[in-house]
Each structure stands twice: as C-alpha cells, then as structure tokens.
Design a protein around this ligand. Structure first.
Ligand code: THU
Length: 128
C-alpha cells in the first residue's frame, strides 16, 4: 500500500489538537499507517512528569491494541518540527521494519526518512 504522506500529516496535525501538554506546552501529534488503516495520537503529560507519553507511542499502541502488527509509516507533527525521541524510535523498531517511512512535519517543513536512518543500530529480540 503506497503511503499517502499528506493524508498522514493531516491526521497527525489533527491529533495534535488533542494534546494534553500543560507542563511543557509543547504539543505533538502523530499518525500511524498500518494494515490499511490510520491511527492518530497526541502527547499526554502528567503532573508526575516521567509518566508523560509521547504522541508517537500513543499512536503506535493504538495500532497494536487494534491488532495491527504491520506498521508501514509514522508521521510526527509539531511546531517547531520534532524528531522522534529515542524511546519512540525503540518502540518503532519493535513493530516497524527498517525501511518504514518516518515523516517529520510542521507548518514549515516536511522531511521524509526511513527508520534505519534515524536508528541505524537497533536493540531487538535477536539479541535475546
Ligand atoms: N514529545 C513527543 O510527543 N514526541 C517526541 O518524539 C518528543 C517529545 C512530547 C513529550 C512531552 O509531552 C513534550 O513533547 C515535551 O517533551
């Protein structure tokens, strides 16, 4: 299934409107394409800061909990644009193959990567 980048970015942008980010005020939206479906997510912060969950992981966990284990693309939308954090890259690496598309977008930029570029070495079940 080809990745419709602009549709995925729009879903991430809409998901960002639901962000719960009263502590950082940094709102992030994400969208996942997998199994022919799309899943949106936003960051969800907590007064106990360490419990904060990134937008990417919310969207990925929505896909996984819907039974989709074949993630083809992830888009992240923020102002300014934000690259996925290391924790999110590790979670992506669990469910996405190394040429999964990762889109980093804002109102000013759209950058397209494959997961392997952002996480050249992955810790995986192969090590266990
Ligand atoms: N954040 C994300 O949602 N995704 C990332 O990849 C980086 C950071 C969120 C977490 C927190 O709510 C806020 O951005 C500031 O770190």
């Amino acid at each position: 299934m080809p990745v419709d980048i602009s549709e995925l970015i729009n879903i991430a942008k809409s998901a960002r409107e639901k962000a719960y980010a009263p502590y950082s005020n940094f709102k992030v939206g994400a969208a996942v394409l997998g199994c022919g479906k799309t899943y949106g997510g936003c960051n969800v912060e907590n007064a106990s800061y360490g419990l904060t969950m990134c937008a990417e992981r919310v969207a990925i966990f929505k896909a996984i909990s819907d039974g989709c284990r074949d993630i083809r693309a992830v888009a992240i939308y923020a102002e300014p644009a934000a690259y996925p954090c290391g924790a999110c890259l590790q979670v992506m690496s669990e469910f996405c193959n190394e040429d999964c598309t990762v889109i980093v977008a804002s109102s000013k930029i759209i950058e397209k990567y494959i997961l392997k570029e952002l996480l050249p070495f992955r810790f995986s079940k192969d090590a266990l």
